[in-house]
Design a protein around this ligand. Structure first.
Ligand code: AVJ
Length: 328
């Protein structure tokens, strides 16, 4: 047996790193080749607020498309899902969720639980839903799967659960991870439980590039805020003027990618992650991929994960799909 000195050192260092944020930053920035950071850490308090602003941008049609679909089909979704508990994975401000919850509440008492790693988003959600009477609201500050498992411990003895995963966040991971993710969700559910899933669809690359690199620079601020967060929470010394936002479209993968471009050769110290990162001029850090689905791919993904499609709705204007699925 050979013991790799790097692995040994790495495991010693890993034990000294305090948070999973620091650990994931470390792993992503030590990577050979393309450096990367996981998109889930965009959503600190300012990041969540900037994302709210993105949803209002004329170029970002994703959010409005899903809102149109939920407004138009809330009653149909509510009667088919017929759920007494709704668990939302990543709610943001949950302003779209209210349409569906109102339709469900017209039939029966409903409990709503949000699973979010962003405390800021949980607070926004509570404020948003406070006006819905008869709704029992709770929040779990956790990653999706462990949070879902925790939330399900309070599932009603006889009543169906509806899991919601909206906004097109399913596009942030690759096909295989998503298949595994949906399979795990399926295994935590009972036959007959529902899944409401939103997915952004393929569309011309000019439309997509404008949506992820808007004229006001809000998406740029959202992306650069990742550096601000690392400076504040990890003691890093990223100099913001040395970085620029870039959005590009990978025509082979059908992914919009966001990167932070290093404008000069530089070194950045990130004490909490116990690393010094060297960046070349023009080198990028990949912060997000947002996959744009074809309908076939979406059907394959949900089908192979143990979900049956009950109904599906499309927004023609922006090309977005909302589907209601049933745990088979
Ligand atoms: C919230 C993940 C669906 O990928 O479109 C918006 C995040 N990033 N603009 C997306 C985002 C840049 C958004 N999701």
């Amino acid at each position: 047996m050979t013991i790799d000195a790097f692995d040994v050192t790495e495991s010693v260092i890993a034990k000294q790193i305090a948070s999973s944020f620091a650990m994931e930053v470390r792993t992503g920035l030590l990577r050979e080749g393309q450096k990367s950071l996981p998109p889930k850490y965009f959503y600190d308090s300012l990041g969540s607020t900037l994302f709210e602003a993105i949803t209002q941008l004329p170029e970002y049609g994703v959010w409005r498309a899903e809102r149109r679909l939920l407004i138009d089909n809330a009653d149909a979704i509510a009667s088919y899902a017929n759920a007494s508990m709704v668990i939302e994975l990543g709610s943001g401000s949950a302003s779209k969720t209210t349409y569906l919850l109102r339709a469900l509440l017209a039939k029966r008492a409903v409990s709503y639980c949000v699973v979010e790693i962003s405390r800021a988003a949980i607070e926004m959600t509570r404020r948003e839903l406070a006006s819905l009477s008869g709704l029992n609201v709770s929040g779990v500050e956790a990653e999706y799967l462990s949070g879902l498992e925790a939330a399900l411990r309070a599932r009603p003895a006889n009543g169906k659960v509806l899991v919601m995963f909206l906004g097109g966040s399913i596009g942030n991971a690759d096909y295989l991870s998503n298949a595994r993710f949906l399979q795990r969700i399926r295994r935590l559910l009972q036959p007959g439980d529902g899944l409401l899933l939103g997915a952004d669809l393929e569309k011309p690359s000019e439309t997509l590039l404008a949506a992820y690199d808007d004229a006001l620079g809000v998406t740029a601020a959202f992306n650069l805020n990742y550096l601000v967060r690392m400076n504040r929470e990890l003691g890093a010394d990223f100099r913001l003027p040395n970085f620029r936002h870039r959005a590009c479209f990978d025509t082979r993968k059908h992914d919009v990618e966001m990167h932070l471009v290093s404008l000069c050769e530089q070194q950045v110290c990130i004490p909490a992650a116990a690393i010094v990162v060297s960046l070349e001029e023009g080198e990028t850090i990949h912060t997000e991929s947002s996959h744009k689905y074809s309908l076939d791919e979406l059907a394959d993904l949900t089908g192979c994960s143990g979900f049956e499609c009950v109904m599906q709705w499309f927004d023609i204007e922006w090309r977005f799909a909302s589907g209601l699925y049933r745990a088979a």
